[in-house]
Design a binder for this molecule. Structure first.
Ligand code: CP
Ligand code: NVA
Length: 312
């Protein structure tokens, strides 16, 4: 864990498989501690700035409760309230926050903002979602997959939906790193970009992960988990009509779940969900869904990320 102290989490591309394994093991551990009712108070005397340009339920609550219940003091800062973006540069904001806080979480539009905060803050910066990546989500997704299917090799994760969004991109990266076979079922118009695919394929060549991008729903065969996300991500509202018409055939419904050919396959969703669009209510609220465990796991994984990178 020595290599993790002081590090920012902007994308999983910066981390090794061993380091990601460490975060996962710690996540399972802190979840068990919590279930046993242990209260460790490891963040006593620490502060974190939670910067939000976009809305959030899970990410904000995961950071606030994980940090607060162990004695830390989280400070929620929406960009409606602070100078960032209006009267002060990202660079100067980073310098000031870095003098007052032990860590910074950023959720917003540009990956560049997260990078600039990390470059000038001098404290760990956590990407709580940008247009490009959602790395803390991907760790909770793997944790949930492991709770159901263990840590062994050869797992198959299928994401059906918008292949270009932050969630799909982070799943590709973490799957490539961890040797998980990841299939993105998406129309040609929404294929992940070539640059990301080149990086992921290079990583996958070293870990044996099979990465598949296809428009064929039949590629769900054999999946351990079928994952989807909203068709219209935050900031893309003007593309709504086009996205719905492109993505309609990729709705996760019982017929698609059945194409896994497995009774024990699970359904995942990062949430929030639009029931009736990307997923039907019977699937997300049905017996195969692990979306609610997955939401809870945001808290345990975020706690693990903060503990390891703050050196606690
Ligand atoms: N999954 C997720 O990031 O949810 P929020 O947008 O509510 O934080
Ligand atoms: N892709 C979604 C994820 C929300 C957690 C968005 O960016 O809005």
């Amino acid at each position: 864990a020595e290599t993790l102290k002081g590090r920012s989490l902007l994308t999983w591309l910066d981390y090794s498989a061993e380091e990601i394994r460490y975060f996962l093991d710690l996540s399972h551990r802190v979840k068990q501690e919590k279930k046993r009712g242990e209260n460790r108070q490891r963040f006593t005397g620490k502060t974190i700035a939670l910067l939000f340009e976009k809305r959030s339920t899970r990410t904000r609550c995961a950071f606030e409760t994980a940090f607060g219940e162990e004695g830390g003091h989280p400070v929620f800062l929406s960009t409606q309230d602070i100078q960032l973006g209006a009267k002060e540069s990202v660079e100067d904001t980073a310098r000031v926050l870095g003098r007052m806080f032990d860590a910074i979480q950023f959720r917003g539009f540009s990956q560049k903002t997260a990078e600039t905060l990390a470059e000038h803050g001098g404290v760990p910066v956590y990407n709580g979602l940008t247009d490009s990546y959602h790395p803390t989500q991907a760790l909770a997704d793997l944790m949930t997959l492991e709770e159901n299917f263990g840590t062994g090799p050869g797992k198959k994760l299928v994401f059906a939906g918008d292949g270009r969004n932050n969630v799909a991109r982070s799943l590709l990266v973490i799957s490539a790193k961890m040797g998980i076979n990841c299939t993105i079922i998406t129309p040609a118009e929404l294929h992940p970009d070539a640059e990301l695919m080149a990086s992921c394929r290079e990583i996958a060549a070293g870990t044996g992960a099979e990465l598949t991008i296809t428009a064929d729903l039949g590629a769900a065969a054999g999946a351990d988990a079928v994952y989807t996300d909203v068709w219209v991500s935050m900031g893309e509202e003007s593309e709504r009509e086009r996205r719905i018409s492109l993505l309609k055939p990729y709705q996760v419904n019982q017929a698609l779940m059945d194409r896994t050919g497995r009774k024990d396959s699970i359904f995942l969703h990062c949430l929030p969900a639009v029931k009736g669009e990307e997923v039907t209510a019977d699937v997300i609220d049905g017996p195969q869904s692990r979306a609610w465990d997955q939401a809870e796991n945001r808290k345990h994984t975020i706690k693990a990320i903060m503990l390891a990178t703050m050196g606690l």
